[in-house]
Design a protein around this ligand. Structure first.
Ligand SMILES: Nc1ncnc2c1ncn2[C@@H]1O[C@H](COP(=O)(O)OP(=O)(O)OP(=O)(O)O)[C@@H](O)[C@H]1O
Ligand SMILES: Nc1ncnc2c1ncn2[C@@H]1O[C@H](COP(=O)(O)OP(=O)(O)OP(=O)(O)O)[C@@H](O)[C@H]1O
Ligand SMILES: [Mg+2]
Ligand SMILES: [Mg+2]
Lengths: 254, 254
């Protein structure tokens, strides 16, 4: 049964998509069967693995409305072991469409139930908000990874995220746990980066992944080629870091 | 009558607060009377000018509920010409509190009416969303500045922002215009930065400020000292850039 991991943080631009895409790709390179689920209407994860966002016969929007995908509509990527459940701009409207349904927070969970069984890992990219789409991510996940940018205001908003996760755990999903906190965009020449990393470790201890993702221009460039960084520049520090993260994750679940 | 400029972009982490704080500070250094209004419940702008966020007798929350500030509650900063209308976490709730009022989108405008007259510029820091707080910023502003991060997905979401601004212009605020688009976090050694800058200029032409804000670690560090960058490291590239932006802005309005 696939482990479902949601990449969540309501703060924008902290590395959720970069982490979802490159962790998924690194696990696929390790020959784990991975499904990348793009729950953000912006569709950055979908674009970052080279999937065309228009004219799709089936998307995450359909999944949330109860339409199970046949195998052929789960988009292949340039990596054999990585498939993508693509986003669509229609996701913007779905929060309104399902808001009056009793099961509005567990739509993703119902949809992923049968689907997750076909994979080793399901990696879910969440949008930058604490609305219904993110609630669905939290209700469906076995665990969450929280990326934190190595900048001064990194930890603010974490309180709101963890309170929301606790609520979801009580109301819908008792198995929900924090897989870990991931420091992103770390710049070793920058004192502030070191300070933030230290503060986060002091606060969260072993919940913080040993692996730190460095600021690396290749990670910013890869999406513009529709590729995970491992296919764009396998030797760069960004690629090494996400491979190390996948390894650290796998070691925890042997 | 003070010119009211809102710094808006619903995308997170693109440099709204850094721009609001440092443009306001640079105008104050040019001896313009400036009020920095923090409309983000996170209160990053408030913290970045060294204002304590707890135990405040008056905040933007009170302004939105119709309580006009006496001069003494507009917080002073380390710059003589810069005052701050501070944020508070209570702002999170205000969208719900005023949502059923007929004038819910023009509360900031009503509040700033008498207040703006005491200043040359009012710089408003907007939150990363297109909700009621941002609508208030758009309905109150003479003009908006849109920061765009020099990254691959920079321009997405701009469509939603400009459509929202057009709606506000039609329904509430016919004088609303775009002061300009500001490229932020530009890294000259990075090809992607140059590509994004070129694409944005090709698309928006003279609406794009000549001034580009470079990626500069000092801009990330200054908030941790509660200072605008000009008081933290006046000689750094970030300080120079925001002084140049203030100069470019003033030249347009002679
Ligand atoms: N380690 C890194 N080094 C350099 N650039 C990075 C790094 N991580 C992410 N980026 C770039 O920073 C920007 C923000 O990252 P990303 O899109 O992953 O964040 P996000 O949290 O998903 O944002 P959003 O909240 O808008 O969905 C992107 O342009 C991305 O390519
Ligand atoms: N030119 C720059 N060089 C280096 N760091 C920068 C620069 N501009 C902003 N930063 C840093 O990047 C982070 C995001 O910037 P900022 O807070 O201004 O964005 P924002 O759009 O206000 O974010 P939010 O949407 O969360 O309010 C901050 O930690 C800030 O200090
Ligand atoms: Mg994202
Ligand atoms: Mg901000």
């Amino acid at each position: 049964m696939g482990r479902i991991i949601a990449i969540t943080n309501q703060k924008g631009g902290v590395g959720k998509t970069t982490t979802a895409v490159n962790l998924a790709a690194s696990l696929a390179v390790a020959e784990k069967k991975v499904l990348l689920v793009d729950m953000d209407p912006q569709g950055n994860a979908t674009q970052s693995v080279g999937v065309e966002r228009n004219g799709l016969p089936w998307t995450v929007y359909d999944l949330l409305l109860g339409v199970e995908p046949t195998d052929d509509v789960l988009k292949p990527t340039a990596l054999d072991f990585l498939r993508c459940a693509p986003s669509t701009r229609d996701l913007v409207g779905v929060e309104v469409e399902i808001v009056s349904e009793a099961d509005r927070a567990t739509r993703l969970r119902s949809g992923l139930g049968p689907l997750a069984a076909r994979f080793d890992f399901v990696i879910v990219d969440a949008p930058p908000s604490l609305g219904l789409l993110t609630l669905n991510c939290l209700a469906a996940a076995d665990a969450i990874i929280i990326p934190l940018q190595c900048e001064y205001f990194a930890m603010e908003g974490l309180g709101a995220l963890t309170s929301t996760a606790d609520l979801v755990k009580k109301s819908y999903n008792p198995r929900l746990e924090t897989e870990g906190i991931l420091l992103t965009m770390f710049d070793p020449r920058n004192n502030l980066s070191h300070q933030v990393a230290k503060e986060v470790r002091d606060f969260f201890g072993s919940k913080v992944f040993r692996t730190i993702i460095p600021r690396n221009v290749r990670l910013g460039e890869a999406p513009s080629f529709g590729k995970p960084v491992i296919l764009y520049d396998a030797a760069c520090p960004g690629a090494h870091a996400y491979l190390a993260l996948a390894k650290e994750l796998l070691a925890r679940h042997r």
